[in-house]
Design a protein around this ligand. Structure first.
Ligand code: ADP
Length: 490
């Protein structure tokens, strides 16, 4: 399997702590599997609480020196890391497809996106500024500096194995923080390859650590990492349920926390939309990563005047999607991450059918295997169905019909989530009106693709706290320190 890589040294079977590869654990090893065929890719040391604490220790020791480096030194380390990531994109993309399942072209797209954060924050490192505020007394000077928070723990999901790490690690390291990453149990190989490249880039030992943790140990290790007094920041991307647990951990130690949690994105098509553009948009917003994206369109709301025409066009596009192993040429839809994920999509389809939905296309498990689901289009959806309330996280596109703009807004906002929303319209007044009324952290207007490194990514309501990317992303890793200096004369 290693032979699939151009640089086999990126194929790791050990955790990375304090600049050393840790190949053994007293708790044995756990397997990482390819969701396309169930084959074991690698067995990694099953680290427990002790090793997690050791990683925090290494990060804490490294922090004492890393925080004293100049912004320019940190910028140069990140720039080298970026260049190495770009140089090894093909291998990193292959690792993503092997462990996560997404089509190789999409994995390459993810690597471009992941690398963009490292480049962006290599640039932002030198733009962390303080301020001087006019003092209330003539003898005083008031200065505000920005300092790194300290050791950050990142707990990341499997759906974007590289980008969800660089989006956190790059701003943390740029600000002068050090990090312990606990990648998802399904996708640690990409994280370990990134660690190898960070090491080669000259990022000092202990600044970036990756612990390999089996799924059943994630709660105990998460608890130990988050309750360690040396950790001052918790950053998480994943489900709202786990985010709430981690926020409780953060509360115990009054730690800074950023949370990028679940979504239930509405995708609204108004009568005045450019229908072909809206079809392109929904295909991207729904089927990217086989439907496993937290900002993926979960509910497609279409105005009555264009509903039937839109449905016809969407079905034609969905019917042409090529399903298969992500490494094969031309594949657009890969396996879901595991059988349980495929089961959930199929349960959502079954629930919708029971409550009166029509299946316009697909609707079954795919003949390729237990993790594969046919790309599916459902019509006549209603708000009480599970698809409307929960994140499906699979290749299921449900169509809801609405009549008025007010009705669309009410439907769109009828969820505890508020991560992303999308709508298509060519009426400028409507665009401003609807933009103001949708409860969401991010909004795609006449586009289905909104992710990039320059904009603030994040949600409102139960979709999260804090923003990643953009010039704001680095604020999450700094604290303000206010210096009140007196006795300076008038
Ligand atoms: P998903 O359902 O998409 O797998 P999760 O929120 O369960 O999303 O997982 C995201 C990340 O959170 C993974 O790295 C996983 O190992 C980790 N995780 C799951 N449960 C816990 C927990 N109780 N404490 C800390 N981390 C956890």
């Amino acid at each position: 399997m290693k032979a699939l890589l151009k640089y086999p040294a990126l194929w790791k079977d050990a955790a990375f702590i304090g600049g050393e590869w840790l190949a053994q654990s007293p708790h044995g090893r756990y397997a990482v599997c390819n969701p396309a065929n169930g084959e074991t890719l690698v067995e990694l040391p099953r680290l427990g609480v002790d090793a997690a604490r050791a990683a925090v220790g290494a990060a804490h020791e490294a922090f004492l020196a890393w925080r004293r480096t100049t912004a320019d030194e940190r910028a140069q380390c990140l720039r080298r890391w970026y260049e190495l990531i770009v140089e090894h994109t093909d291998d990193l993309a292959r690792l993503i497809t092997l462990e996560e399942g997404k089509p190789l072209a999409e994995a390459r797209g993810e690597m471009k996106y992941a690398a963009s954060f490292v480049r962006w924050f290599s640039e932002e490192a030198r733009r962390v500024r303080g301020e001087i505020i006019p003092a209330p007394q003539a003898s005083q000077r008031i200065v505000v500096t920005r300092e790194p928070v300290g050791v950050a723990v990142a707990i990341t999901p499997w759906n974007f194995p590289a980008a969800m790490i660089t989006r956190k690690a790059a701003p943390a390291l740029a600000a002068g923080c050090t990090m312990v990453v606990k990648p998802a149990e399904q996708t640690p190989m990409t994280a370990l390859a990134l660690a190898e490249l960070a090491h080669r880039a000259g990022i000092p030992a202990g600044v970036f650590n990756v612990v390999t943790v089996a799924g059943q140990d994630a709660p105990a290790v998460g608890d130990a990492l988050c309750h360690d007094a040396r950790v001052r920041k918790i950053t998480f991307t994943g489900s709202t349920a786990v985010g709430k647990i981690l926020l409780r951990h953060a509360a115990d130690g009054v730690k800074k926390a950023s949370m990028e949690l679940g979504g239930n994105a509405p995708f609204i098509v108004f009568d005045d939309a450019d229908l072909d553009a809206a079809v392109d948009g929904v295909m991207a917003a729904k089927f990217r990563n086989t439907g496993q994206s937290c900002i993926g369109a979960n509910r497609v709301l279409v105005q009555a005047g264009v509903y039937d025409a839109f449905a016809r066009k969407v079905v034609a596009r969905v019917a042409a999607l090529k399903v298969g192993n992500g490494l094969d040429d031309g594949v657009q839809i890969g396996p879901l991450i595991d059988t349980a994920a495929a089961d959930k999509s199929l349960e959502h389809v079954a629930d919708a059918r029971t409550h009166g939905a029509r299946v316009l296309h697909g609707g079954q498990r795919h003949a390729l295997g237990a993790c594969f689901v046919e790309p599916t289009v459902l019509a006549d959806m209603t708000p009480s169905m599970r698809v409307a309330r929960e994140e499906t996280f699979g290749p299921v596109l449900p169509l809801f019909r609405f009549t008025t703009e007010d009705e669309a807004i009410a439907l769109a906002n009828d969820t505890e989530f508020g991560l992303a929303a999308y709508f298509y319209s060519r009426d400028a007044a409507r665009i401003w009106r609807v933009s103001g009324r949708l409860e969401t952290g991010m909004l795609g207007i006449n586009t289905g693709l909104i992710s990039n490194e320059v904009a603030p990514f994040g949600g409102i309501k139960e979709s999260g706290l804090g923003r990643e990317g953009s010039s704001h992303g680095i604020d999450e890793y700094t604290e303000m320190k206010y210096l009140c200096w007196d006795g300076l004369g008038a």
